[in-house]
Design a protein around this ligand. Structure first.
Ligand code: IVH
Length: 746
């Protein structure tokens, strides 16, 4: 095909032609992908696309957001590009029974200061078992589609989303900016037909419709996505230039009017009993819906109230997912293996005769810990009526949603005569070190630390995992390989890989599965991750009890790595004292029981704390006082930082990084950023929980008691000793209105 000649085009002509090309290509695409009735020949289509690309190359600044170069077949060759969500895509908290739902309703009411009988409406709708997708429309045109990813950054699947029948290309009468969110899913019928086709052509056969939907949406070649029958239900929105409605139900109606599919089982409920009744109705219809759902989602209907309720770190306070009960199946337990995790925990894993549970083939399940296998809980009380679990047993396996399958029960009538009681190992099966079970801990742990290869590998796998360093091209498999070959022993080694093995890329290039391009990409990906947000670094260290939420709480609180380290080091003597006090308390309880007297717990603990230097006591108190961080996390942090080998390993890592300080919620223009605030007395315009959450969102620290560190006391009617103390200390005291005025909320 001759190259299009665009040398004579003026800028104005180029702009006009790009607009008409966009329209022509859009029409051609729609005819081809949606209606299965092409209106122009492939050659004509290609010519239009080429001309479009040539004009864009000559006038890059004129490239349109809905440019055809972003469409089918144009996905980047080595993976999807990333999209930073304008508003985070969150997940939902879960309710597993009716009581959880009434608790949810009560906590919403409590937060809002509403009585049990005050009117409060919720929507109830099926929870679709697919994958979420965010569609961005600007001036009514679909300009971008992104998967959820980690909630903050997703994958750009625009070309693929355009092939989905339920995703409108253009909207009429929509706000200038509208991000529509919802679920991509595959119907049972389409799933069965796809799998039949796949089996015939030796393609991948999918385990369930959700995997099929995810696998189909995340195709680099959008023409494959086009051949997969995906559907989309809209149920939420992200950034919008103007509100869609005043209520959740109104917003959903608006989305339906704009041309989106919304779920027909969505209903407005006036109170918890109605929500539960609707849950039952949906559950009854579950098997005949023709697509998978895994529960019911309840959302506060009034969007003003949704706003007030806001979010916890990853879930909204105004919604909850009421999950359907777990699915069950019976199968044979072939054996019990012990896996060693990154914190040294010895975890028993059931090897099962494969069985289908809720559409997924299960061949492994967790057995939790040695007590669970033996048929007792952590306190020694019987579980499963005290029945232990043995290799050869007929066992019940269940799974709920995404949770790892569990062995729940055993059928003694089917136990083989020669089945023997399982003996839990007392040494680590990986390194032979003693496996120790501490007082009060359900888990037995390998004491080998970094010399245990299993712990080291698991730590490394965790380090590169998605919520941690997320290094493209360096997943669990590659980490295992590099570790086995002695290339990396600890996280810091990842960042010196290139210096050690990258010379001319020869070494890596010659390894199985690595080519020049992938080796270069890996080194590039590693370089990119030298700059790492503080929260990710903290999470990546894989410290016990420090999950994503605690890591981000710590990052937000301390802002910098240095501040965190100083605080944790300062708190170390306090952590020691805490452990000694816990041990002393346990001993005192035992002694008291033996002597038939009341245990003197406070006195026992106080005696130990008195010995501690006041500054160290304060440092400890400050660490455990951080929102979301308690004594358990604080002890785990200090223990990990105090262990010499581990600390040296962390220091080597940190020296190789450029740590991005956490964005403090404290917006610089917030008048209360960094201030310590105490609320006392009755608040009349908001509840205590709401007041605290709002203050924290503005960067303030909310404390329960007045001290010299307090900056502001907000005193409502009935304030007593705290107000008096604040007055003595000369602390600024405001009433509720004064506080609202200060934070600009009136
Ligand atoms: S609302 C801020 N509604 O469930 C929360 N989510 O477990 C916005 N999901 O990530 C989500 N059906 O992918 C909502 N009717 C529904 C849903 C739904 C399925 C998914 C969604 C979300 C996940 C949370």
């Amino acid at each position: 095909m001759a190259k299009p000649d665009i040398s004579a085009l003026t800028e104005a002509q180029a702009r006009a032609e790009l607009a008409s090309l966009a329209e022509a290509l859009l029409a051609a695409n729609r005819a081809y992908h949606r209606e299965d009735a092409p209106q122009i020949s492939d050659a004509e289509y290609d010519a239009l696309k080429q001309r479009n690309a040539a004009i864009e190359a000559a006038f890059p600044h004129l490239k349109r957001d809905d440019s055809a170069t972003e469409q089918v077949g144009a996905a980047p060759a080595d993976g999807f590009s990333k999209v930073v969500h304008a508003q985070r895509m969150l997940s939902l908290g879960n309710a597993f029974d009716d009581a959880d739902v009434t608790d949810f309703d009560s906590s919403v009411r409590k937060y809002l200061g509403l009585g049990a009988d005050a009117p409060l409406a919720y929507t109830a709708e099926p929870k679709i078992d697919g994958l979420s997708l965010s569609l961005r429309y600007e001036k009514g045109h679909l300009v971008q589609a992104a998967t959820r990813g980690d909630g903050e950054v997703g994958e750009n699947v625009t070309a693929n989303a355009r092939t989905i029948q339920d995703v409108p290309e253009t909207l009429t009468g929509a706000p200038d900016l509208l991000e529509v969110r919802g679920e991509v899913y595959m119907s049972h019928a389409d799933f069965a037909a796809l799998n039949a086709r796949q089996a015939e052509t030796d393609g991948k056969v999918f385990a369930n419709p959700r995997n099929a939907a995810a696998g189909s949406l995340r195709q680099l070649d959008a023409t494959i996505t086009r051949s997969r029958p995906l559907r989309f239900f809209a149920y939420a929105w992200g950034a919008v230039s103007e509100p869609l409605a005043q209520t959740q139900s109104g917003a959903i109606e608006r989305l339906a009017a704009l041309g989106f599919q919304t779920n027909p089982l969505t209903q407005l409920c006036s109170a918890a009993p109605e929500m539960l009744a609707h849950y039952r109705r949906i559950e009854e219809q579950r098997a005949t819906l023709g697509y998978d759902i895994d529960g019911v989602v309840y959302k506060v209907d009034d969007l003003g109230l949704q706003d007030r309720l806001g979010f916890r770190s990853t879930t909204p306070r105004w919604a909850i997912a009421h999950k359907f009960p777990a699915e069950l199946a019976w199968t044979r337990l072939e054996g019990i293996d012990i896996q060693v995790g990154r914190t040294g925990a010895l975890s028993p894993v059931a090897r099962l005769t494969p069985v289908t549970v809720g559409g997924v083939v299960v061949s492994n399940a967790t057995l939790h810990n040695e007590d669970y296998i033996a048929g007792r809980d952590a306190k020694g009380n019987p579980i499963r009526d005290g029945k232990d679990i043995r290799a050869g047993d007929w066992v019940q396996v269940y799974r709920a949603g995404d949770v790892i399958p569990k062995v729940a029960d055993v059928d003694l009538a089917k136990r083989p005569d020669d089945a023997i009681r399982f003996v839990f190992p007392q040494t680590c099966p990986e390194c032979g070190s003693d496996a120790i079970r501490e007082e009060g801990d359900a888990v037995r742990r390998c004491s080998g630390g970094l010399i245990c290869p299993a712990q080291a590998v698991e730590k490394l796998k965790h380090f590169v995992s998605r919520a941690a360093f997320d290094i493209e091209g360096l997943g669990a498999k590659q980490v295992e390989q590099f570790h086995a070959d002695g290339w990396i022993a600890e996280p810091a080694d990842i960042f010196s890989l290139k210096t050690r093995y990258g010379a001319g890329l020869q070494q890596l290039k010659n390894r199985d599965g690595w080519g020049e391009k992938s080796a270069e990409n890996l080194f590039q990906a590693i370089e990119e991750k030298r700059r790492i947000p503080l929260a990710r670094l903290i999470f990546a260290l894989g410290i016990r009890h420090v999950g994503e939420v605690a890591a981000s709480d710590l990052a937000r609180h301390f802002g910098t790595w240095e501040a965190l380290v100083a605080a944790v080091d300062g708190a170390a003597p306090g952590a020691q004292c805490q452990l000694r006090a816990d041990a002393a308390e346990a001993a005192e309880r035992q002694a008291a029981q033996r002597d038939g007297r009341k245990p003197r717990i406070k006195a026992t603990r106080d005696a130990l704390w008195q010995e501690l230097d006041p500054a160290a006591r304060m440092a400890w108190a400050q660490l455990i006082d951080i929102d979301g961080i308690g004594a358990t996390v604080a002890v785990a942090l200090t223990t990990s930082f105090q262990q010499r080998a581990e600390r040296a390993s962390i220091d080597r890592l940190v020296a190789a990084l450029d740590i991005l300080p956490a964005e403090r919620p404290a917006t610089d223009d917030s008048p209360v950023a960094g201030k310590t605030v105490v609320f006392t007395g009755t608040l009349e315009k908001m509840t205590r929980a709401e007041a605290k959450a709002r203050a924290e969102a503005l960067g303030a620290k909310v404390s329960g008691s007045v001290s010299a560190k307090t900056d502001i006391l907000v005193a409502g009617p009935g304030a007593g000793s705290k107000a008096k103390k604040a007055a003595e200390l000369g602390i600024d005291t405001l009433d509720e209105d004064g506080w609202l005025a200060l934070i600009g909320a009136v």
